[in-house]
Design a protein around this ligand. Structure first.
Ligand SMILES: [Zn+2]
Length: 351
């Protein structure tokens, strides 16, 4: 089977026309069978996509044609299967949410540190190393000696910083996250709070795993990723964890042997958090997924439906453009205007 390329990307850049990019980008992803989610906002683009080498490249090339995104960088890994079920492009207010207004990563981020220089920085005893990811992400792997702020979501980071960090005591702070995007905001936030030396692992853990050989690595464990692979190893291959379909936390084989584990519904970490109603709903969903799997229609049906809908919309748009164009043409002719009407055109995105 062909290897699937998984590509994580983001860029903080002003995108004033982000709404108009949504449909052509989604059409391209559907045509190229590229799955995953991309978020578009006036502050930039963020997301992870997966597909064939050619498909992913088509999407990247298209994005790089947008003037401010010409140097868009990405972190790649591989997977035997497509780790996403759908193709989505969402319009958002922010491409990563920390819940603090007015943070501007384009002007105030911390100092970027390349993966190759990261070991030297975090080996400095004066440096306080903070993992800005959520607790369940830190749990399955992190850098040796990194602090886990035990946050449930990134929105809790400012409160953690206020309670636990002191600009007079913590003179050098180094932060990291999966692909680097959360640190764009967390380092900008600390800088704005008056912390002077704030460092940011450029490209995040994924870039570090790509660049630093395992024999020299200070990374311990696996790296949590937000797709069906759950985690990746140091070699950026799918890891050993599964995911609880109730709480989405990573679970081990041992968790699955627990009495509190019910496939598709709950695990030892969430069995006392979910309600009976939720449990029933999760079980029903699991049943449907299994039925779909047995029929072998799991994702194919969904894809075909979306693709058909997209084709219908494109056809409809082309037709209505043609009608408009014809109307304009007959109007021009009747007015005996010399200027010819523009032919109806719609873009074909297989460049
Ligand atoms: Zn769970």
């Amino acid at each position: 089977m062909q290897t699937t390329i998984v590509c994580a990307l983001y860029k903080f850049v002003r995108l004033d026309n982000h709404e108009s990019l949504r449909q052509p980008l989604l059409d391209l992803m559907l045509n190229e069978r590229v799955r995953g989610t991309l978020l578009l906002a006036t502050e930039g683009v963020n997301g992870t996509i997966a597909g064939s080498r050619e498909g992913v490249d088509q999407v990247l090339n298209w994005l790089r044609l947008i003037p401010n995104l010409a140097d868009l960088d990405c972190k790649e890994s591989v997977s035997a299967e497509l780790p996403f079920k759908r193709s989505r492009v969402k319009l958002k207010k922010e491409i990563v949410t920390m819940g603090v207004e007015g943070i501007d990563p384009q002007n105030a981020t911390g100092t970027y540190v390349d993966a190759e220089d990261w070991n030297a920085l975090i080996s400095d005893p004066e440096v306080l190393l903070i993992d800005t990811r959520n607790d369940y992400e830190c749990e399955v792997g992190s850098f040796a000696g990194a602090l886990n702020p035990h946050t449930e979501s990134f929105r809790e980071f400012p409160a953690y910083a206020e309670q636990s960090l002191d600009k007079n005591k913590h003179k050098k702070i180094a932060m990291f996250c999966t692909g680097g995007i959360r640190c764009e905001k967390s380092t900008a936030y600390l800088r704005e709070q008056g912390f002077e030396e704030v460092y940011h692992l450029k490209g995040g853990i994924l870039k570090y795993l790509e660049k630093v050989p395992e024999s020299e690595s200070l990374w311990r464990g696996e790296c949590f990723v937000f797709d069906d692979r759950v985690t990746v190893t140091h070699r950026l291959e799918p890891g050993s964890y599964e995911q609880c379909h109730g709480c989405r936390r990573p679970i081990t084989e041992l968790d699955k042997q627990s009495e509190q584990y019910i496939a598709g519904a709950q695990c030892p970490k969430c069995y006392d958090e979910i309600t009976d109603e939720q449990r029933q709903r999760f079980l029903e969903r699991e049943k449907q997924m299994q039925l779909a799997r047995v029929r072998g229609e799991a994702h194919i049906g969904e894809d075909a439906k979306v693709l058909l809908q997209a084709k219908r919309e494109t056809k409809y748009k082309a037709k209505s453009n043609q009608t408009k164009s014809n109307q304009t043409r007959s109007k021009s002719l009747s007015l005996k205007c010399k200027a010819s009407a523009m032919p109806a055109r719609y873009r074909v995105w297989s460049v």
